[in-house]
Structures are given as C-alpha cells and as structure tokens.
Design a protein around this ligand. Structure first.
Ligand SMILES: Nc1nc2c(c(=O)[nH]1)N[C@@H](CN(C=O)c1ccc(C(=O)N[C@@H](CCC(=O)O)C(=O)O)cc1)CN2
Length: 285
C-alpha cells in the first residue's frame, strides 16, 4: 500500500479563501477583525512563526500587530501588555507566542488573556469548555488535525487513536477532541512501555513529541491514518516525528512535514480570530 498524502497546505489554502470572503463581509459592516501577537525574545523559530501569522492575517484582510518585547521583560510588564489588549476594542484575538523565557510564569500569562479573545484556546476556561464539549476557541494545531482527518473522508468514530505526546498545546487537547469524535484514545508519552506494540494496534496515530523519525514502518498497521506534528530542524532541514519514506509504504493516509499539520495551525488561528470578531460584534453565524 502507498499512503494518500494529506496535503495540509492545500487544505489551508481552501479554508483561507473562504475566510477571506467572510472577512470581506465583516469589513463591509465596518468590522475589521484584529489579532495582536506578543513575541518575547528572539527565538528564531518563534520569530518565523509570528511572521507567518502576520502574513496570513494580511492575506485575508485581518488587521494584525506584533508586540515585540525584550527577553528581559518582567512578568508584571507582560501582564500589563495583556491587560491593555484585553481592554482594546479593536483587538479581537490575543496570542502570546510560546515558549516564553524561563523567568516568566507561562500559566499566569495565559490566564490573564480574556477568554473572549483567547484565539489560541489555551486559557483554562477555554480548555475546560473544550473538555466538556461546550463552545470555545479550540487550540489551533489539534483543531487543524481533526479537520485534516475529517477532510480525508475517513471517519474517526470507533477507531483506536494513539496520541504520542502529552503537551498542553497538542497531545492532551488532540486526545480530547478525538474522544469527542468518538475514537477510543490512548495517550502515550516518555514513560510509556512497549510503544511499538501500542502503535501497531492504532487506526490513527498522532505523533507529537519532537523526536525525529520516532515512528517507523514497523510500528504502523496497514492502512492507518498517520498524522505527523513534529517540526524539528535538523541540519537546516525540517523533519517530523514520522519516518515519512518508510511509513508511506504502509499507512493509508499520511501528513508530510513540512506542508501537513503546520499550515493548518495558522489557518485555525485565522478562523478563531474571525469568529472572535463576529462574537464580540454580535454578528450572527
Ligand atoms: N501561542 C502559540 N505558540 C505556539 C503554538 C501555538 O499554536 N500557539 N504552536 C507552535 C508553533 N507554531 C505556531 O505558533 C507553528 C508551528 C509550525 C507551523 C508551520 O506552518 N510549519 C510548517 C513549516 C514552517 C517552516 O518551514 O519553518 C510546516 O510544518 O509545514 C506553524 C505554526 C509552538 N508555539
């Protein structure tokens, strides 16, 4: 079997085109969706993600600003920035690019964002609502993954999904969203024993640990859906957590790196920002 490659980049283009039309309709009503991104320090990967977010906003007509802050910023200064954005009526979405420097309490910073503007879906209120299946802004990468699987035409219901990784950004939330889609979900992590045995039973594998080529063809059941969230830079090349060349010979569906899950992360951020503008301005769906 040779896997069908799930081209996230192409799906992202499609969704962004639809969002661009929605933004135009909002602009016709004098509503300009606005996203503010706070970038602390000079982490090259974060700089490049933030640039890509600003570019994506511009492409669909969302107003965006990047607040660049020195790595030495204090917790109080950062919280004051967030408070100002919470109170700014032109800002519908607020995002603090992660990771933050060690001296900053990430939890306190994420908790300070008004849940109505929490387009990253990381505020505990958003997370709680996601867990109980209530309306909220879903975290962008997990939401993008669910969208990619659905658009492949495969059902999630009844399948056994193994999520490798338990981060707050990807592993835990994607496991929860898969559960809501009625998958049977196993979360594996660094202390999991016999990972290969677990993986071999999976109908869906989501690999999100940042370990290049962790998942190989021997781990994958024939026909499985394999979603690669890895984005590690190795000798100047971006590599995923899945050994693409071997796994494509066994899997039914496979996302590439780059061009798979990554572009969906920013697309779902755009979607959440447009939605936040609509909710704040009471525009019906
Ligand atoms: N506040 C947040 N911080 C971080 C998040 C997040 O969702 N919110 N996620 C990641 C980084 N990230 C977005 O911020 C992100 C990662 C990767 C991509 C992406 O499009 N990757 C491309 C390759 C890009 C390249 O060539 O370098 C791909 O996989 O095709 C977008 C966004 C951590 N921080």
């Amino acid at each position: 079997m040779t896997a069908t490659i799930i081209k996230g980049k192409e799906v992202a283009v499609e969704i962004r085109a639809a969002l661009k039309e929605e933004v135009q309709q909002l602009r016709d009503q004098q509503i300009i969706p606005g996203l503010s991104v706070i970038l602390v320090g000079e982490n090259p990967a974060s700089q490049s993600y933030v640039k890509a977010k600003a570019r994506a906003c511009e492409e669909i007509g969302v107003a965006s600003e990047v607040l660049k802050r020195e790595v030495s910023i204090t917790q109080e200064e950062l919280l004051a920035d967030i408070q100002a954005l919470n109170e700014n009526p032109n800002v519908h979405g607020i995002l603090v690019q992660l990771p933050l420097p060690k001296h900053i309490d990430e939890k306190a910073v994420l908790n300070a964002i008004d849940p109505k503007k929490d387009v990253d879906g990381f505020h505990p209120i958003s997370v709680g609502n996601m867990v109980i299946g209530d309306e909220c802004y879903l975290p962008c990468t997990p939401h993008g993954i669910i969208e990619l699987i659905k658009r492949s035409g495969e059902t999630i219901e009844g399948k056994h999904a193994v999520v490798v990784g338990r981060s707050n950004i990807v592993g835990k939330p994607v496991a929860m969203l898969l559960l809501q889609e009625h998958a049977t979900v196993t979360i594996a992590h660094s202390r999991t024993k016999n990972l290969s045995v677990l993986l071999k039973e999976a109908d869906i594998i989501v690999a999100a640990v940042g370990k290049p080529r962790l998942v190989t063809a021997e781990d994958v059941k024939e026909g499985a859906i394999v979603i690669d969230v890895g984005n590690t830079s190795e000798n100047g090349k971006l590599v995923g957590d899945v050994d693409f060349d071997s796994v494509k010979e066994v899997a039914g569906y496979l996302t590439p790196v780059p061009g798979g899950v990554g572009p969906m992360t920013i697309t779902m951020l755009l979607k959440n920002t447009v939605e936040a503008a609509k909710v704040i301005h009471h525009v019906s769906k």
